[in-house]
Design a protein around this ligand. Sequence first.
Ligand SMILES: [Zn+2]
Length: 262
Amino acid sequence: MKTYKDEAIVLRSHKLGEADKIITLLTREHGKKRAVAKGLRRTRSKFGGRLEPCTHLQLELYRGRNLDIITGAEIIDPHVPLREDHHKYICAQSMLELMDKSIHDDQHVSNAFQALSVSLSAMEGEVNSYELMLAAFELKLCALVGYRPYLDCCISCGSEIAGTPAVLRLSEGGICCPACSGPASAAVSLEPEMLELVRRIFRTSMADVSRISLDNQAARKLMRLSFSFSEYHLDRPIKSHRILEDYRFGAAATPTSDRVHT
Ligand SMILES: [Zn+2]
């Protein structure tokens, strides 16, 4: 079959030639795809504004020799509330960028589409902490692509960690107790409450995460933790992270004080 249908969420788009665009999509059945939308930049394009980032669509695609071609697009959910609130929009953009950079073209990661769709919808509703929502999405996505942090006990001596500070070693992907947390090339310190919160995130749906209350300082710490963790495993910076840090906490908010470098 030369044509196929699939649901997709638009991750990003960029110009191609005079009138076309390449749209990066996360599809439900076919994984991440880059596809051409012909004539999209003409005023009377048949797609109108339907292929904007964040939009959830039903698509018809034609298998091209290099890239597939979008032949039909119907909106399932435009996620309008995410576009009308700048703070939410930046967080949603971070979700899209992280998803884009976590998955290769044509790679299919089970539940990734579901995770993004559910998270965007949850972000749209009443949310106590946007930073918490983003951090939870990022940590859960890291787990989906194979980097679930080990939080059960100390990765070095196996002792249980509860009520004491711990260190999350990025290179080993797990926590260390105070006695074992010697020099590590990249690590994030975790206060007892923060460790419990991260553990809770992995047991909790995004809809329930949206109801957790978090003060600004804790939200900032959690955000830095998830940014450090995801960027370490992706081995590349996420542009939207810096935009969000500047927007929320000012340009001086670079994640350094919570990281342990030796
Ligand atoms: Zn230990």
